[in-house]
Ligand binder design. Structure first.
Ligand code: SAH
Ligand code: SF4
Length: 356
């Protein structure tokens, strides 16, 4: 993919564009005012705009559909220059809070669920994204624009923080270099200024890459898609487990630098009669011993053709209660946007006819 303006860090642009103060102005337009055309950049001279248009394409993607859920969740479908598509989801975590006179006392809280690849190589048997196979990595710019476009489309003020979870389509750590570049651009104070502490990378557990990420010490949060407590079942669910087994993941997590106020999140997808029994809950407690962990239980979301089933609410609560009783922090993930299939793992590349 051709490089675009969104693929550059501020330092890189400062080196390339002279006088260098222009780079900051451009960053400001892109990430604080959400400009998507050079024509909008009023304080940039005409000749510079012309050369930028030629050397740093800005029109890299368009939003081709938006689906709104009754709970405030919105699913965006982006189409990139080569016609490929990826989805990003806006989750409204908390609505506006008003006092008795109707004055806003607390504004909305948003989480953006962002894609890192078109398709995925990991091939988890419970995941819809996996069904279409792997198509390609997203560039850093293609990751960054999911966020700036969502902020723009929802009129979210530049100084309003949002949380980012890399839980859309794809395995973020399988697109390591582009992901790290995107995180750098997204967290730049002169740009979107979203602190790395507000960014969570969810991984199916490529232990070597977790180690590599840890060494960079970026301050990002880590979420591990564990889903099973023994290697047999985990390899059935996540074939890659044969190469990176549970022990190797736990060891990688133990070496990962964690913000002392935060915890490592372990996602546990609960599938009826597969991993929903108390024996599994007990094994999970033992496995997490010595890790500052919190567990997030996820209801399996069925899709056409799957043989796996969604567990009952009671089963989920029993599992949660067991963990809580053993002192492990455990929440049950609310399935937001379920009516528009916007829940994590329900994102799939849309069939495209040519480049239309
Ligand atoms: N590849 C990364 C991030 C994207 S998947 C990872 O696997 O962690 C994001 C989350 O959606 C993962 O926790 C994944 O296990 C979950 N998920 C996938 N398919 C699902 C389904 N059918 N129902 C519920 N959650 C699902
Ligand atoms: Fe890829 Fe994550 Fe889906 Fe597994 S769950 S196939 S790693 S996107």
């Amino acid at each position: 993919m051709k490089k675009t303006i969104y693929d550059y860090s501020l330092e890189e642009l400062q080196e390339k564009i002279k006088p260098s103060f222009r780079a900051k102005q451009i960053y400001n337009w892109l990430y604080k005012k959400y400009a998507t055309k050079y024509d909008e950049m009023k304080n940039i001279p005409k000749d510079l705009k012309l050369s930028l248009t030629e050397n740093y394409p800005i029109d890299i993607c368009k939003i081709i559909s938006i689906e709104k859920s009754s709970d405030g969740t919105k699913k965006y479908l982006f189409q990139y220059a080569d016609g490929k598509t990826a989805e990003a989801v806006l989750l409204l975590m908390k609505g506006k809070q008003k006092d008795e006179e109707g004055n806003i006392i607390k504004s909305e809280k948003y989480t953006f669920c962002v894609s890192s690849q078109v398709g995925c190589k990991v091939g988890c048997t419970f995941c819809l994204t996996a069904k279409g196979g792997f198509v390609r990595n997203l560039t850093a710019g293609e990751i960054v624009t999911q966020i700036s476009y969502l902020k723009k489309d929802n009129n979210i003020a530049e100084n309003k923080s949002v949380n980012i979870v890399y839980m859309g389509m794809g395995e973020p750590l399988d697109n390591f270099e582009n992901l790290i570049k995107a995180i750098k651009i997204i967290s730049d104070l002169d740009g979107l200024a979203i602190s790395t502490r507000r960014q969570t990378i969810s991984t199916s557990g490529i232990s070597t890459k977790i180690e590599k990420l840890g060494k960079l010490d970026l301050g990002v949060q880590l979420a591990i898609s564990l889903h099973a407590v023994d290697d047999g079942l985990r390899s059935e669910l996540i074939p890659m487990n044969k190469a990176y087994n549970i022990r190797s993941i736990i060891d990688a997590v133990k070496n990962f630098p964690i913000d002392t106020r935060k915890k490592v999140m372990f996602e546990y997808l609960v599938i009826k009669d597969k991993n929903d029994d108390i024996k599994s809950a007990d094994k999970l407690v033992k496995l997490l011993n010595g890790i500052d962990a919190k567990v997030n239980l996820i209801f399996f979301n069925p899709f056409e053709g799957t043989t796996y089933e969604r567990p009952s609410k009671n089963t989920m609560m029993r599992f949660q209660e067991y963990l809580l009783a053993k002192g492990v922090i455990c929440t049950i993930r609310e399935s937001k946007g379920i009516d528009i299939s916007a829940a994590c793992g329900q994102l799939k590349e849309k069939e495209q006819n040519g480049n239309s």
